[in-house]
Write a protein of this length. Structure first.
Ligand code: AGP
Length: 624
């Protein structure tokens, strides 16, 4: 989704903005642009002091950088930049941000959607305004400029304009006649302020400015922030003063770099043992009981919970499916798992005895956010499982379990997913503790098993060379199937999603028991099928899975079995065996998913695709 950067200080704004945009590239985008206020020291474009200089290009940031190298921008210490993921209007130079007002005095960049832009545009056109793009954003540029030309300063202009806009948005704007400030606003869209010495920053997230400052300011909804060299001033849209929440950024720059790997995704897969360990840190009180990050629900309220609905999208949804197995088994509470995009449209039955659990790595997924808002409007309590501190979903929830995976840059979720699984297990155990459905020593026992998982994930990572060989062997195939049962079924779905996202291949995951109800018709000579074999602890499942493998192999499939150590029962019916460490059946997804992640990453690499930024996808999907 769009990346936004703003800067005012003493450095070259061009350098700060372009570097910030590069740090935000992981969000996914299809064009990039920059606007600066010329300070009159130099310039190859005939720019004069107090004039805007704008350049914007479709495609990757490199296109913009080349354009700037060919025709340099003027010296400037105040600027804004943007990487756009197209919504209104295709990914063209003209639709790229920044957009400027009628006289070219105000430039604005925007993330989100202005829902009432068509009416506003029609009314501006009736007043003689002409538009250069198909975007909703340009309307905001014209409205802002009309206010400043009418005498308002940019802060007041932003307050006024935001008050008439409907939808979700982050804006960052500059006024050519006031280089001392950059003004931004947010409603249901991400924005963070960075506070340096004699300089200030704006970003879609802290990655935009983390190399310059670690002091940051988080805004609430419907607020305007004005940054100057001296700091930041926050108001509500109605102009009343407000205060942001200051925080120190713990993530260091190295954590947002690739550590010498070809892809962030590969680095993030390899970071999973650490991520799982971090997500388990500090969960037990000195007395041995479990506690969660931000629990604004008391135990009495949780004891009243009779039903849980988990809502999420994509990979997070598959983590939710695993959570269902754990919560129902350990807590005996019925759990529904629902796609966030479908949830509020089916008139779900919700009341104050329903706990809604929203799982989101980014904390900004619009479908999930709207779903939790609907749940809260029906008096249900919402607990968020999220990786992004200060993002909107946890802020709007009654309780939060942060997954503590650190920044996940690759668009395909990996360490985000395994830490979501850990958080789901923790939630299940916490509910079991509160509801008394497990004894303290049983909970301790599972915690001990969980604490062994970082080592188990490290062990399964040792299969990487074998998995990479397989990716090379199967690089010419156009279709793959994935079979699982019980907690292995969502893992099959996740393995298939990874291949679709990264290698653009037809890949489907199935519950192995469903084979004979249709999918077996897909099986033909040479079709590779990944089979996630349940641990022996559930022998009836294990044996049924073995029968499934035999059925597909008899029809010519190439079977790749993920099997726990010491289990040689499927060796004779498998073309390839990949050994998983021995773990309890409910925790098996934590290890079984790893070879599937490695396989997708390597296969996409073999095919020459951009693993970190797959086509058509964005890291954070902030529109419905
Ligand atoms: C994961 O690999 C995907 N790119 C995608 O399915 C993702 O999990 C989904 O968009 C949900 O994102 P969230 O966890 O940030 O809410």
């Amino acid at each position: 989704m769009c990346g936004i950067v703003g800067y005012v200080g003493d450095r070259s704004a061009q350098g700060v903005v372009i570097d910030g945009l590069r740090r935000l590239e992981y969000r996914g985008y299809d064009s990039a642009g920059i606007a600066l206020i010329a300070d009159g020291r130099s310039g190859a474009r005939g720019d004069q002091q107090g004039k805007l200089a704008v350049d914007k290009r479709a495609g990757k940031l490199a296109n913009l950088e080349k354009a700037i190298a060919d025709t340099p921008l003027p010296a400037s210490t105040t600027g804004i930049g943007h990487t756009r993921w197209a919504t209104h209007g295709g990914p063209t130079d003209g639709n790229a941000h920044p957009h400027v007002g009628r006289t070219g005095r105000v430039a604005v960049v925007h993330n989100g959607i202005i829902e009432n832009f068509a009416e506003l545009r029609a009314s501006l056109e009736a007043d003689g305004h002409e538009f250069a793009s198909q975007t909703d954003t340009e309307v905001a540029a014209h409205l802002l400029e009309r206010e400043v030309v009418g005498g308002a300063d940019l802060t007041i202009a932003m307050q006024k304009v935001c008050s008439v806009l409907e939808g979700a948005f982050t804006f960052v704007a500059i006024d050519a006649e006031d280089p001392s400030r950059v003004v931004a606003a947010r409603r249901n869209s991400p924005l963070v302020v960075g506070l340096g010495e004699g300089e200030s920053f704006l970003g879609s997230d802290v990655a935009a400015f983390i190399e310059h400052t670690r002091e940051a300011l988080e805004l609430d909804q419907d607020q305007v922030v004005t940054i100057t060299r001296e700091g930041a001033t926050v108001t509500n849209f109605d102009g009343t003063p407000a205060e942001g929440r200051r925080f120190h950024v713990d993530w260091d720059l190295a954590a947002a770099e690739k550590d010498g790997h070809d892809w962030f995704m590969r680095k993030e897969i390899l970071e999973q043992p650490r991520a799982v360990a971090d997500s388990l840190l500090g969960r037990r009180t000195p007395s041995g009981s479990l506690h969660l990050d931000e629990m604004r629900l008391d135990d009495d309220e949780l004891r009243e919970v009779t039903k849980i609905i988990i809502i999420a999208a994509g990979t997070s949804f598959y983590a939710g499916m695993v959570a269902k197995y754990a919560i129902e088994h350990w807590c005996r509470i019925s759990v529904e798992v629902e796609l966030a995009s479908e949830f509020r449209y089916r008139d779900p039955i919700l009341d104050n005895s329903t706990l809604v659990v929203a799982i989101s790595q980014s904390g900004e997924t619009a479908d999930t956010l709207q779903a939790i808002r609907h749940a809260r409007s029906q008096r249900s309590k919402v607990l968020a499982i999220c990786n992004t501190n200060g993002s909107t979903i946890p802020r709007e929830s009654d309780a939060v379990i942060y997954t503590h995976a650190g920044p996940e840059i690759g668009v395909a979720s990996t360490k985000g997913y395994v830490t979501q699984l850990v958080a789901c297990y923790l939630l299940a155990l916490y509910l079991a503790q509160v509801k008394g459905t497990m004894y303290g020593d049983e909970i301790d026992g599972v915690m001990t098993q969980l604490e062994a998982m970082p080592a188990a994930v490290s062990k399964v990572l040792e299969t990487a060379p074998q998995v990479y060989d397989l990716a090379r062997e199967y690089a010419d195939r156009r279709a793959f199937l994935f079979l699982g049962r019980h907690a292995g079924y969502p893992v099959a779905l996740e393995g298939a999603l990874k291949l679709k996202e990264l290698a653009y291949l037809h890949a489907e995951g199935f519950a192995a028991g469903e084979l004979k109800h249709g999918p077996i018709a897909l099986v033909e000579e040479g079709l590779p099928i990944w089979c996630i074999v349940p641990p022996r602890g559930r022998d009836f499942l294990h044996d049924k899975m073995r029968s499934g493998i035999m059925e597909v192999r008899a029809r010519g499939a190439r079977t790749i079995a993920l099997v726990e150590e010491g289990d040689d029962s499927v060796d004779s019916v498998s073309d390839t065996i990949i050994r998983l460490p021995k773990v309890p059946v409910l925790l098996q997804p934590l290890v079984a998913v790893v070879p599937l992640q490695l396989f997708a990453c390597q296969l996409a690499t073999e095919l020459g695709y951009d693993v970190d930024q797959p086509r058509n996808l964005a890291k954070s999907v902030t529109v419905e």
